[in-house]
Design a protein around this ligand. Sequence first.
Ligand SMILES: C[S@@+](CC[C@H](N)C(=O)[O-])C[C@H]1O[C@@H](n2cnc3c(N)ncnc32)[C@H](O)[C@@H]1O
Length: 288
Amino acid sequence: MEVGRLINYSPERYLACMKALRAAYGNDQINRDPAYCQSFGAKLPDSTLCEPGTDVRVLGIGSGSGDVDSALLKKLLQRHNSVYNRVVEPSEEMIELYKTGVSEDTSLGAVKFDWRQQTAEEYFQTKHPKDTKFHLIHAIHVLYHVDDLHATLRDMWEQLADGGYMLIAIKSGNDAGAKLWYKLWEEFGQGDRLETSLRTSDDVKHWLDAKGISYVTSDEDGFAFNVNISECFNEESEEGRKILDFLTQTPHVSSMPEIRSMALEHLRRIIRLWLMGRFFTKENSKLL
Ligand SMILES: C[S@@+](CC[C@H](N)C(=O)[O-])C[C@H]1O[C@@H](n2cnc3c(N)ncnc32)[C@H](O)[C@@H]1O
């Protein structure tokens, strides 16, 4: 059973499903909502991260098409003259989109890019000089997909400079999508949930707590629900099938009637609650 293992089943199917979801947000790979991307920049500290006159060193894990990364870099350039940015991203297609975006954006001229077309696992397995340290290491909605969540968190932590910051975005354990994952796992999961993509902020917090690392959290991802999922309810719709695969991180959910009906029932319940105004207050939400 492939529950929670969409990317392991097929990275190509995963990318196609991710694109279908982005289209349902009304965005594509290039035109993501700027406010969404900038909301990550707002999470960076306002203080300077390194000595004046030296490069801020940034490590991006799973940067995708780079639109969130670019917003982070622009925020850093408000305080720093130059940035060294190492990009670790396995998908050639995503890296090409990122490079195109950079070449068209003159405001990123002071950034030195170091492209690594690799998974996080491949990157961290490579021997790095002991003093390879970064002032900011970020992983924005990617820790679902690394082989070993704890090992990747440890590797990221070890490459952090003294006083540096790690910025992690991952589905909140409190949000409705995570509740769907937990239920899916409870009913249909096999093995260890942490070996699948069904990971949430609860799992990251457990690791940080166990290591005694202090952190701040923010649960304000109101953008997550600004998405039209009505196609999921249309059995004939290939786009709907892909979106459902992405929401459940499970390949070909529509060919598994029990899982499909559980997932759709859960989505219907979210919508009912939303309509009752219990979960969502965003006026322009388009969840149908
Ligand atoms: C949901 S996207 C997020 C992209 C980007 N961080 C953003 O927020 O727009 C997840 C990204 O992680 C990449 N990815 C998948 N498995 C990975 C791995 N093992 N190591 C690093 N990146 C990975 C995918 O290619 C994809 O670009």
